[in-house]
Write a protein that binds this ligand. Structure first.
Ligand code: ADP
Ligand code: MG
Length: 353
């Protein structure tokens, strides 16, 4: 029951959805859409572990700082390796939401999307961090579920649907029916691994050592999973490992595709595995509803065509694929009565509902 006071406070309060991604953190505010979209990076002083930068600034510093500063991606592998750093990052982003609103707002209610592999202890840490950061109420949701809501999949229906969310650290494959996950797979092969593939390829083929950001931009600009109508080239800069000198080298999209082939193959195999385990009636549904790709990595050129061809199911990229999880998390509170069963509880029912 809502007391009159709570009702009044509610008018000035904020419902927000947060995607705590391995690569990017997004915040979606009801009525405003995505208001924060920054890399999940934190810079700290190595000695004191004091946080100096969060988000975009911290990512820009990666690979360019001296020994006394350390750049941390606290969720890099889809697990929360560093509680305090994760908490500092979450606090920073929630405070930023407050600073951006004009009216003095009441503490927000937040729904946070977390990787599906996280443990009970990690969930607890995220929940506590949100409350610590000023949330009035905090709820957790598994990222594939939030992603499916954000992508508009009919996950509450009997008709089955499938999402493949390819992020930075993890790829999550999930088949839904009747509001629940029927089959799921989570692997640590996603965007970061693809960047690493390109670094390795340049090193072994050209003895050229390139940085992670250079590899990432090659992947985004000319990377692909299927032959392109028009193949492209790009100049990559790094250091020649033999001469020790700076060097620029032009590479083609065909070469980058070759570099990415291993990771793309693993993602395709994981989808095939999940389909193998899916009950036949649901597979029949999937043939109609198709496979929905989400996440930054889902945008890799030619990936929808490649998957469709390999598993014989129509495959499509969600609209605004990188924001699905945050938008989906935000929507839960809008339609709390119908969607609350999608939230994942903490043990001991500690979200006070
Ligand atoms: P997470 O949810 O794990 O934070 P995101 O969904 O934000 O991850 O996706 C980040 C990943 O997507 C990064 O590895 C990034 O390089 C990759 N990415 C972004 N845009 C593209 C693109 N157009 N093609 C291929 N990969 C992309
Ligand atoms: Mg994600």
């Amino acid at each position: 029951m809502v007391s009159p006071l709570d009702f009044l406070l509610g008018l000035f309060s904020l419902d927000i959805g947060i995607d705590l991604g391995t690569a990017n953190t997004l915040v979606c505010v009801r009525g405003k859409g995505i208001i924060i979209n920054e890399p999940s990076y934190v810079a700290i002083r190595r000695k004191t572990r004091q946080v100096t930068h969060v988000g975009r600034e911290a990512k820009l510093m990666a690979g360019k700082v001296g020994k006394d500063i350390q750049i941390i991606r606290p969720l890099r592998d889809g697990v929360i390796a560093e509680f305090e750093i994760t908490e500092a990052m979450l606090t920073y982003f929630i405070k930023k939401v407050h600073e951006q609103s004009f009216i003095p707002i009441h503490r927000p209610r937040v729904v946070i999307g977390i990787p599906s592999g996280v443990t009970e202890v990690e969930k607890r840490a995220v929940y506590d961090a949100a409350i610590e950061a000023g949330a009035r109420e905090a709820f957790l949701i598994e990222e594939p579920v939030a992603g499916a809501v954000g992508a508009g999949l009919p996950i509450n229906e009997t008709r089955g649907s499938m999402i493949v969310d390819i992020g930075g650290g993890t790829t999550e494959v999930a088949v839904f029916s009747l509001g629940g996950i029927v089959i799921s797979r989570s692997i640590r092969v996603a965007g970061d691994e693809m960047d690493e593939d390109i670094v390795q390829y340049m090193r072994s083929k050209y003895s050229l050592l390139i940085g992670e950001s250079t590899a990432e931009s090659a992947k985004i600009d000319i990377g692909s999973a299927y032959s392109l109508v028009e193949e492209k080239t790009k100049v990559l800069r790094g250091r020649n490992l033999i001469t020790g000198l700076p060097e620029a080298r032009e590479v083609s999209s065909i070469e980058i595709r070759e570099a990415l082939a291993g990771s793309v193959g693993i993602i395709v195999d994981t989808i095939r595995d999940a389909l193998d385990e899916t009950p036949p009636e649901l597979v029949a549904d999937l043939m109609e509803s198709g496979i929905c790709l989400a996440g930054g990595g889902g945008q890799l050129k030619g990936l929808t065509e490649r998957i469709a061809r390999e598993v014989n199911i129509r495959t499509w990229l969600a609209e605004d694929a990188m924001t699905c999880v945050a938008r989906g998390a935000g929507r839960i509170l809008e339609d709390y009565d119908n969607l609350r069963q999608l939230l994942t509880g903490l043990e001991r029912g500690s979200t006070h509902h």
